[in-house]
Design a protein around this ligand. Structure first.
Ligand SMILES: [Zn+2]
Length: 363
């Protein structure tokens, strides 16, 4: 099997870049369709207008769900307006909707994240829900977005919990890629991991260890230091390429299992993935140094290392067993681990990770 790496054609990141959006989009055309939330539009429109020379802009407010009804509604607007390029400005669901609209209308797409809470912006994937918000299907796209543009001034003004959550998602990248490499599993773009993807995953982890704490402290006050910029790149780009072209394994499967517990619903994706990372390390019987480094990092920046931290006040063994069973489902990515994982093994690893987390964080 070939080694394959996927990536956006261009990744742009910097302070105050929003005003350059029209000139970056110019290489695709002058008629721009922009999907945002109502509040997002208020925040970005002045900067976009400031830099606009002669592009025609059509804005539309996102209805809140990435579902086929919404995608079809937007396709109609895009076609009637004769737009040349689709631009999605905001968070995950706006990006996924924009990618899907671009795919169905065969137009280029520019993704503009205003938060750095997950590694989804760079990926060739849209998650489609029903009108009621229940998971419906994955739409695997033939290519990554044409362009991803991040204005770090805007991202660092968002609530800091989002940046921290993004670090939780990025924390898993290296360990999941390493597990896939050990098991010779395929990545998310249907190939083996390249040297480049493995090294980006490693760099992602190193960047968090080096800059994560400082970035959290600065971003809490809305200050965009070099550490914040490095972490935004780690969360968005390094983790994005790293997970898609390195592969997913235990941490994300464990995350998916935890979604079955209602108490965890108020936790963000990356917060659950961070705990999933700790569980994967316990499952692998990773060295103490590595486990301690992850526990220290998580507790320092405010990512959960215990079940209580995930919102589960009362731990019920049968509920944790259900998480373990779901995480070991044959269509999830637990099968990418380099050894056979039975629900009983995973149950023990979840309880073991929780015990370790409590031991080191509760005096
Ligand atoms: Zn993730």
């Amino acid at each position: 099997m070939a080694a394959i790496i996927g990536s956006p054609t261009r990744y742009i990141q910097g302070k105050g870049e929003m005003k350059n959006l029209c000139s970056y989009a110019d290489k695709f055309g002058k008629n721009l369709f922009i999907l945002t939330s109502a509040s997002g539009r208020k925040r970005v429109e002045p900067a976009i207008n400031e830099g606009n020379k002669d592009s025609n802009l059509v804005y539309d407010v996102f209805n809140g769900e990435c579902c086929m009804t919404e995608i079809n509604r937007i396709i109609k607007i895009v076609e009637e307006a004769g737009s040349d390029v689709i631009i999605g400005i905001g968070g995950g669901k706006i990006h996924d909707t924009s990618k899907a609209v671009a795919y169905y209308t065969k137009k280029p797409v520019i993704i503009v994240p205003t938060i750095a809470s997950t590694d989804a912006p760079c990926s060739a994937l849209s998650v489609i829900y029903t009108d009621e918000g229940v998971f419906e299907k994955y739409l695997f796209l033939p290519s990554s977005p044409d362009m991803v543009m991040v204005d770090t001034d805007i991202v660092c003004k968002a609530p800091v919990r989002l940046l921290i959550s993004g670090m939780g998602d990025a924390l898993a990248t290296y360990f999941e890629a390493r597990a896939c490499k050990r098991s010779d599993a395929s990545n998310c773009v249907g190939g083996k991991c390249t040297l480049a993807a493995m090294n980006l995953a490693q760099l992602c982890y190193d960047t968090l260890m080096e800059n994560g704490v400082q970035a959290m402290i600065a971003a809490k006050e809305g200050i965009c230091t070099k550490a914040v910029e490095n972490v935004i790149e780690a969360n968005t780009y390094l983790s994005g390429i790293g997970f898609e072209s390195g592969g997913l394994a235990g941490a994300h499967a464990i995350h998916n299992g935890f979604t079955a517990i209602p108490e965890t619903h108020k936790m963000y994706h990356g917060e659950k993935v961070a705990f999933g990372t700790l569980v994967q390390l316990v499952l692998e019987d990773a060295g103490e140094d590595e486990i301690m480094e992850v526990i220290d990092f998580c507790s320092e920046i405010g990512l959960p290392v215990t079940l209580k931290g995930l919102g589960i006040e009362e731990v019920k063994p049968e509920q944790i067993m259900e998480v373990a069973r779901l995480a070991c489902a044959p269509d999830d990515t637990m099968g990418n681990m380099p050894f056979d994982v039975q629900p009983e093994d995973l149950y023990a690893a979840i309880m073991g990770a929780d015990a370790l987390g409590r031991y080191y964080t509760e005096e």
